[in-house]
Each structure stands twice: as C-alpha cells, then as structure tokens.
Ligand binder design. Structure first.
Ligand SMILES: C[S@@+](CC[C@H](N)C(=O)[O-])C[C@H]1O[C@@H](n2cnc3c(N)ncnc32)[C@H](O)[C@@H]1O
Ligand code: SF4
Length: 326
C-alpha cells in the first residue's frame, strides 16, 4: 500500500488527514487488533504490513494465553485461559480481510503465531485452516497458511497427515539442555524425537518444506557452535530457517543477540547449505510482535500521547496503537 492509498483509507475510516502520517508510522510497525470474546476475555491479532507491496500477513491467535511456559515468551506468562473456537479463529482473518480492501492492499498470508500453541487446540485449528482454504470460505492457498508449533510431536504427525497447510516449528535451541530450560515441552518431546519425526513424516510428503523458527537469545543459543549444530540437526529435513530477533518485554531476563551476531549466525547457516531468512522485528515497540501478546491489562504503558486516536472505550485501552473492537 502506498502512503497516498493509506491516507484515503484512514480518512474513509473517520480519521483526520492530519493524523495520517502518525498512523502510517504505526501501521508500518504492525496493526494490533483487540477482540473481546463473548465471555469478556481478550485476544490480540496483528496485521503485519509488507510496505508498498500490498501483500499483508495476519497473525492470528489460537488460544487465550498459553500453557507451554516458554521462558522467553510473554504470552507464556499468562498461563492458559481457554482454547479459541473455530469461529473465533476464522473471524480474526475475516475481520482483517474486511479492513484491507483491494484498494489498500490485501491479506495474502495467515500465520498462527499469535497467542497460544495451535496444536494444543488442533481440532479447531485444522477446521479453521480448512475454512480459510476452502473456495466457499476465504479461499487462501494452503501454502499461505502457516501453523506454528513449539513441538508437540503426536499432534505434528496428525497435522501433517490431515492438513495441507504449512508447518513452522519453533526450534530455538540446539541442545536438550538449553531447550529443556527455555522450552519445557522439550522434556516430553526432545530434539531427537522431534527432528526424527519431521524427517520421517516429510519423507511421505511431496515438495513440502517445514519452516524452523529460531529466536536468538544473547549468550543462550546464539553461538557459532549453535549455528553449526543446526546444520547437523536439520540434515535430511526439507526446510527453511527463519532467524528471529528476540523481542524484549518487561520482566524478561533475556536479551536480543547483537546485529553482528545475527549476521555471523546467518552466514554460518547459509555457508552450511541452509536456506535462511532473517526476519526483522516488527511492532516490538508496541508490544505487538511475536511472543509479546498477552493480557492487555498487564502490558506496559508507552509514553506517546493518545490524543486524537480512536479508542475502544474499554478501561484497559490505554496504549497508543490503533484499536478496533468488534
Ligand atoms: C508466540 S509463538 C506462537 C506459536 C506457537 N506457540 C509456537 O511457539 O511456535 C510464535 C513464535 O514467536 C516466537 N517468540 C516467542 N516469544 C518471542 C519473543 N519474545 N521474541 C521473539 N519471538 C518470540 C516463538 O519462538 C515462535 O516461534
Ligand atoms: S512460544 Fe508459543 S508455545 Fe511457547 S509460550 Fe509462547 S505461545 Fe506458548
């Protein structure tokens, strides 16, 4: 979407043209949408803009909170409140689609990387993804819908057999010792079991690649030895690797790896024959990025002025982003 198109769009939504520049800056960082569910619980959905190219991504939640307790993730601190229903999951993508009409760029990708562990809610997630793909539904291409898991092995097998959509696996460590610590699910399904399962299941699929996500935490999993171990661990698994910048949040004792480390790590992986992407962090200053979605009541207040912004009038709507309520 160009800036001109954006100005037309925000004014059609009731904003003054003078507000457009500030909103544009925020929009480029990610648009955060809060949904209040029937029982009063709140979930967050993020639309990640792809700049001028108009191909935007909606990041949907699959649960309210999460039970998995990954040590670096803000959502994990909430604990699990409940699974989302199929309708509550699909509605997030429908709403994003309605906001983004063709004139202002469209939603091309759906990623299940918001609040929750999608494969812990596998029945509703597979049904929601089916509806998103169905031509009578939202008619997305299956490879434009990515379900991200922290590594629930039996559900990974079920997903790969029952769904045509793409799978992402949050790897985040290269030894059981570190993964047991930062991702407790590893104590149940360790690295060898996880990776052997993927190797075996993907051998049954045609032209299918899994996406490994790897969040670099300074001094924890960002050494060159880690990069070399990844090359060995993923051997024989058709895959791509998404190297992610850690988004810090209050109370977290982890730090993001330096830019130099990120580049050195990426280069080591690429030299070892891996297909690797480095994903810039989007929206992290507004707590809207991966691993930062959580109970809005617990989120930090930023220092920006809220004057002139549309508010949802909810008592906890006290942040500076553009809010939309159902
Ligand atoms: C929030 S999770 C949701 C999907 C699923 N539960 C999972 O773990 O893959 C989506 C991605 O965000 C990553 N993540 C979690 N906390 C993060 C943080 N603070 N900074 C950057 N990425 C984070 C996870 O490793 C995962 O790859
Ligand atoms: S990273 Fe994923 S599985 Fe882990 S706590 Fe966060 S949302 Fe849950």
């Amino acid at each position: 979407m160009s800036y001109g198109e954006f100005v037309n769009w925000v004014t059609s939504q009731g904003y003054r043209p003078a507000q457009a520049l500030m909103l544009w800056e925020q929009f480029k960082e990610g648009l955060q949408i809060l949904f209040t569910l029937d029982d009063g619980l709140v979930i967050e959905t993020v639309i990640i803009s792809n700049g001028d190219r108009g191909r935007n991504t909606v990041c949907v939640s699959s649960q309210v909170g999460c039970a998995m307790n990954c040590q670096f993730c803000f959502t994990g601190r909430m604990g699990l409140r409940r699974n989302l229903t199929t309708a509550e999951i699909v509605e997030q993508a429908v709403f994003a689609r309605r906001l983004f009409t063709s004139e202002v760029g469209s939603i091309r990708n759906v990623v299940f990387m918001g609040m929750g562990e999608p494969l812990q809610n596998i029945e509703n997630v597979i049904k929601a993804a089916d509806i998103m793909v169905d031509e009578q539904g939202l008619h997305f291409s299956p490879n434009k819908i990515t379900i991200s898991t922290n590594g629930l092995v039996p559900q990974i097998k079920q997903f790969l057999r029952e769904s045509k959509c793409a799978l992402a696996v949050s790897l985040n460590a290269t030894t059981d010792e570190v993964r047991n610590w930062i991702m407790p699910i590893n104590r149940k399904y360790n690295l060898k079991l996880l990776l052997d399962t993927l190797r075996e299941e993907l051998s049954l699929k045609h032209k299918y690649k899994v996406l490994f996500e790897y969040v670099l935490l300074a001094g924890v999993n960002d050494s060159i030895d880690d990069a070399r171990r990844i090359i060995d661990l993923v051997k024989g698994i058709p895959c791509k690797i998404n190297q992610i910048t850690f988004n810090p949040h209050s109370g977290s004792h982890f730090q993001p790896a330096t830019n130099e480390k990120m580049i050195e790590f990426r280069n080591t992986l690429a030299e070892g024959g891996c297909v690797v992407f480095m994903r810039p962090s989007r929206g992290d200053d507004q707590m809207a990025a991966c691993g930062q979605l959580g109970n809005p009541g617990e989120l930090h207040l930023c220092s920006k002025s809220h004057q002139g912004f549309k508010h949802c009038q909810s008592p906890w709507c006290n942040r500076c982003n553009l809010y939309v309520m159902l």
